[in-house]
Design a protein around this ligand. Structure first.
Ligand code: HEC
Length: 188
């Protein structure tokens, strides 16, 4: 920053005078550097097209994103394809199944499976068939037109297996306020 005294310029606009007040050198250099940098930038991205354009960057990110999404979908499909239609009998696992039932199903099937909005799941009558496979399939696919949603987006294959296994243990428990049987008598 120069310590030289400001000089008055010669011109005079109706009595308004102007100082010869130069910009600080550091500022001028910064300005020149930004101009040089700007030219370089313009050359790099817009003339020589060495750097990727916004559109190319977008496409690159979009493609990685799509590939990730496809991989996740494929992984999910493989998990559902490998689902085991086998009832789980381990007590700790059944406790987990019960927790899933309490969290998601009691509102319609009752605290003890006695039924309500949804059918009684403790009797021998089934709208969609009994046994582990039918039970798991109705949980997975739901009956949307009747108010039973598909749980596929909300539960994992293991959780479906756990909650279905738990429901099967309620069979024959004859809870209070049991809803009248619906569907067909199920015989294995
Ligand atoms: C919003 C209410 C609602 C919720 C919540 C609900 N269900 Fe259902 N569920 C129904 C209805 C209604 C039906 C009967 C569908 C029909 O009439 O075809 C049903 C049917 C079923 C059936 C078949 C019963 C049969 O007789 O074939 C099973 C098994 C079942 N639900 C399990 C579950 C499980 C497990 C959960 C929790 C993860 C659950 N439901 C949550 C309403 C519900």
């Amino acid at each position: 920053m120069s310590q030289t005294e400001d000089k008055l310029l010669e011109h005079n606009y109706d009595g308004i005078l102007e100082y010869d007040n130069p910009l600080p050198k550091w500022w001028v250099w910064l300005f020149i550097l930004t101009v040089i940098w700007g030219i370089g930038y313009f050359f790099y991205y817009n003339i020589a097209e060495i750097g990727p354009s916004q559109h190319e960057e977008y496409l690159a990110e979009f493609n990685t994103g799509s590939a990730d999404a496809m991989r996740l979908i494929q992984q999910m499909n493989e998990k559902w394809a490998a689902i085991a239609y086998v009832p789980i009998t381990d007590n700790d696992a059944l406790e987990q199944g019960k927790a899933i039932y309490i969290k998601n199903c009691v509102s319609c099937h009752g605290a003890n499976g006695e039924g309500g909005i949804g059918p009684n799941v403790t009797d021998n009558y089934y709208i969609h068939g009994g046994g582990i496979e039918n039970t798991m399939n109705v949980i997975i696919n739901g009956v949307p037109e009747k108010g039973m949603i598909s749980w596929k987006p909300l539960l994992t294959p293991e959780e479906v297996q756990l909650v279905a296994s738990y429901i099967l243990t309620l069979k024959g428990t004859q809870p209070a306020n049991a809803k009248a049987p619906q569907g067909e008598l199920w015989e294995q």
